[in-house]
Design a protein around this ligand. Structure first.
Ligand SMILES: [Zn+2]
Length: 378
């Protein structure tokens, strides 16, 4: 197994069974339109032959959390369909697509982490096609939310290469589809615990797409320093917020108030897409952060509220990583509850000083492009 797949030697965090239950009784639907859910059974046929963290059971857990939170609420289901060559070409080179067409057969490995199974090709192409349809659906009205429960994930895939369990960059393909459907600007917030190196590489010279990644540092894939700010016309629109290990709800809430939310306000996107990995959860076996299931709901609610304030309410969550099944179930449930209108506030707890120092250092690196950001008070 490669660097991304390697497990932590021991579970350093206590688990909190009382935390993270979706309180359905307190939930009140305030959305007047159905939540979009992109999902398909064909994603389950992307399956490793032996033990591997990126496995079909992840999606079973995510679906359970989403279904429990949605209850009887209406949903618009978006099924998989193979992405068209032209849709893939927006985010990937013809050589990369041709290589995948050649290599995604039978059982094997593209690199130490990234396996191939007989169902991989159809799942990857289907997830990319669903991403296009999902983005187009979100663009139809000024108020649309949804969750794309996709496998395989996408945010490590670059224009040229598959890596880190990812083959095609679903969220990048979706962002291009949204731009083609009339969005002038798209924001991508990536809270997966790993840096979204593929999404960064695809958009780093494109000022139409603001990419903001919060991730554990240092960790796979080794990119995502605060000094990586984009280039050319895209300089300043690529934002990395690396956080030391054990960062939890207070550190993320502080990064949201000081950086993420004020930057989104200033950027003024027509659509917010979220690379929603759940591997910064305290239970996750591949990383060392300390988010709770409920804190994912709080971050989702903050992004939904920001979108509403900015004049659009189009927000799409894309499943990326997350390798503990209970954490996936609970966290996807809380994000779904946030879409349905449950208010889950960001914590007011002060982060420990070394997290504050990391966030302030990032703010300093961003200062040439993002002057006088005013932190959120609430
Ligand atoms: Zn990840």
């Amino acid at each position: 197994m490669g660097k991304l797949s390697r497990k932590r030697p021991a579970e350093p965090f206590p688990t909190h069974p009382e935390r993270g239950t979706v309180r359905l009784t307190a939930m009140r639907s305030r959305t007047l339109f159905p939540i979009a859910v992109a999902d398909d059974t064909s994603f389950d046929a992307h399956a490793p032959r032996g033990p591997h963290p990126e496995r079909p059971e992840r999606l079973v857990a995510a679906r359970a959390g989403l279904n429990r939170a949605l209850g009887a609420s209406d949903r618009t289901r978006i099924a998989a369909r193979p992405a068209l060559h032209a849709e893939l070409l927006a985010a990937h080179s013809a050589e990369h697509i041709a290589r995948l067409e050649r290599d995604l057969h039978g059982h094997g490995y593209l690199d130490a982490d990234t396996y191939v199974s007989p169902g991989t090709r159809a799942a990857a192409w289907g997830a990319a096609g669903a991403s296009v349809d999902f983005a187009q659906y979100l663009m139809l009205e000024r108020e649309r939310f949804g969750f794309a429960l996709l496998r395989p994930p996408g945010h490590h895939a670059t224009r040229e290469a598959a890596m880190g369990f990812c083959y095609l960059n679903n969220i990048a393909i979706a962002a291009y589809a949204a731009l083609a459907a009339g969005a002038a600007k798209v924001a991508i917030v990536d809270w997966d615990v790993h840096h979204g190196n593929g999404t960064q590489a695809i958009f780093e010279d494109d000022p139409r797409v603001l990419f903001i990644s919060l991730h554990e540092w240092p960790l796979y894939p080794g990119t995502g320093k605060a000094s990586e700010l984009g280039r050319g016309a895209g300089a300043g629109f690529n934002v990395n917020i690396p956080l030391p290990e054990h960062a939890g709800p207070a550190a993320y809430a502080s990064a949201f108030r000081k950086l993420v939310l004020p930057m989104l306000d200033r950027f003024g996107a027509d659509l917010t897409l979220v690379s929603a990995g759940f591997d910064a959860h305290e239970r996750d076996p591949l990383a060392s952060m300390a988010l709770t299931s409920e804190s994912y709901g709080a971050m989702a609610a903050a992004l939904l509220a920001q979108a509403k304030r900015s004049g659009h309410s189009r927000v799409g969550f894309f499943l990326e990583g997350g390798y503990d099944l209970r954490a996936l179930d609970e966290s996807v449930g809380h994000v779904t509850a946030a879409m349905l209108g449950t208010e889950i506030p960001l914590t007011r707890d002060e982060p420990e000083s070394h997290f504050t120092a990391a966030i302030d250092e990032t703010a300093l690196a961003l200062a040439p492009y993002w002057q006088d950001l005013r932190p959120y008070e609430s």
